[in-house]
Design a protein around this ligand. Structure first.
Ligand SMILES: Nc1nc2c(ncn2[C@@H]2O[C@H](COP(=O)(O)OP(=O)(O)OP(=O)(O)O)[C@@H](O)[C@H]2O)c(=O)[nH]1
Ligand SMILES: [Mg+2]
Length: 221
């Protein structure tokens, strides 16, 4: 049921943006309550939601950004952190993913320790080493509750070849920093290759998107 819904949604999005608009699919992963939904709200809508509930399955949010004169759709997949709400969706999260954002809560050491498990899940779904990954420490506004030091986080990020961002989805002064998480990935992807969802194919009643890849390197970011 969830698969059919997802396929229909992708067909709809494909028609809406037309065949020439490139879409970068970025998934946001991490423990429940670290602020994944708030970060994606902040990037796509420019605000911090008054209230959030645990994400069930996945929520899609999209933002059109312009890079070097090209409009690109950054499609953010805000995933569920709770195991019971992810079960049947995990395959969909990682399919044709272009970049991965791992989020932990700077005020919760367990969310930082659990990053290893999230990385293993990601690797277990055969996400290529060329897919860029970034690490985000969220809730930096809670300065007197910080449990994960920048040094600790940086050494983890370095060990896993990831860029580190420390930010707050809540603090409006940090909104540019939140934007730069997704914009740096979009710039990187644009420079790395051209990913163009060309068409929607039907095979045995199933719908899938095809993807064309070519090398390109002209992004100044
Ligand atoms: N102080 C502070 N609170 C935050 C921040 N980001 C999120 N929160 C709060 O943290 C709680 C959880 O935020 P969500 O964005 O729903 O967390 P999530 O990671 O999406 O959780 P799941 O959907 O269950 O995986 C909410 O009460 C938010 O208001 C932040 O930057 N600072
Ligand atoms: Mg959520």
């Amino acid at each position: 049921m969830a698969e059919i819904f997802l396929a229909q949604l992708l067909v709809w999005k494909c028609r809406l943006v037309g065949p020439q608009t490139r879409i970068f699919k970025i998934i946001v992963i991490g423990d429940s309550n670290v602020g994944k939904t708030c970060l994606t709200f902040r990037f796509t809508g420019g605000s911090f939601p008054d209230q959030t509930e645990a994400t069930i399955g996945v929520d899609f949010r999209e933002k059109a950004v312009e890079i070097e004169g090209e409009t690109i759709k950054v499609q953010v997949w805000d995933t569920a952190g709770q195991e019971r709400f992810r079960k049947s969706m995990v395959e969909h999260y990682y399919r044709n993913v272009h970049a991965v954002v791992f989020v932990y809560d700077v005020t919760k050491m367990t969310s930082f320790r659990n990053l290893q498990t999230w990385i293993e899940e990601c690797n277990g779904h055969r996400v290529s080493a060329s897919v860029p990954r970034v690490l985000v420490g969220n809730k930096c506004d809670l300065v007197d509750q910080i449990q994960v030091s920048v040094l600790n986080a940086r050494s983890f990020a370095d060990a896993h070849n990831m860029l580190l961002f420390e930010t707050s989805a809540k603090d409006p002064r940090e909104s540019q920093n939140v934007d730069s998480i997704f914009m740096s990935l979009a710039c990187h992807l644009k420079a790395q290759k051209s990913l163009l969802y060309r068409d929607v194919e039907r095979e045995d009643g199933r719908v899938r998107l095809t993807q064309e890849t070519e090398t390109k390197s002209n992004c100044p970011c």
